[in-house]
Design a protein around this ligand. Sequence first.
Ligand code: NAG
Ligand code: NAG
Ligand code: NAG
Length: 144
Amino acid sequence: MQFFTSLISLLAVATTSVLAQSAKTGAPPNATEVAAGSNFTMMVERPDTSIGSREISLVIGLASCANCPGPSKELGTTLYNGGFDPKFTSKPGTTTLPPHQNFTLTVPSTFPQGPAQLGVAHFALVGASTQPFFETFSTTLIIT
Ligand SMILES: *[C@@H]1O[C@H](CO)[C@@H](O)[C@H](O)[C@H]1NC(C)=O
Ligand SMILES: *[C@@H]1O[C@H](CO)[C@@H](O)[C@H](O)[C@H]1NC(C)=O
Ligand SMILES: *[C@@H]1O[C@H](CO)[C@@H](O)[C@H](O)[C@H]1NC(C)=O
């Protein structure tokens, strides 16, 4: 019984620590309009955690769709594929932001107009046990 109780609390801690690694989109806000062929800034945030984690990679994709299948199924055109290095900023007025990285991304000039899924795939290694952590998330852009 004692064993199971500790096992359950261990599992709870493990789940919490992994959830704490979840990144999210800080900008642009959902349904932001971006013209095909133009640049926009995407801010990806990761909460400040005490649990050590090693960032491995981030892929950002844009998929044209009125009814998107979700970023775990389709990322579409790759806009960014590389490392992720979320940091606090010391710029006045932005010091309360969580650790984040800003990406300047370009919508291809031939990209179809209408709603598009701005999807992210995020891979990190968490804690002393180097637990693999993978997640996807997305917001919507309106391509004009
Ligand atoms: C984001 O915007 C799209 C398009 O306007 C809308 O369909 C969707 O419900 C919005 N999602 C959220 C989480 O607000
Ligand atoms: C868009 O971003 C690319 C790559 O960062 C840059 O070369 C280009 O000058 C930018 N275009 C505009 C209109 O800012
Ligand atoms: C990232 O972009 C946000 C929103 O535009 C801005 O407030 C923040 O200062 C930027 N961070 C850095 C490190 O430039």
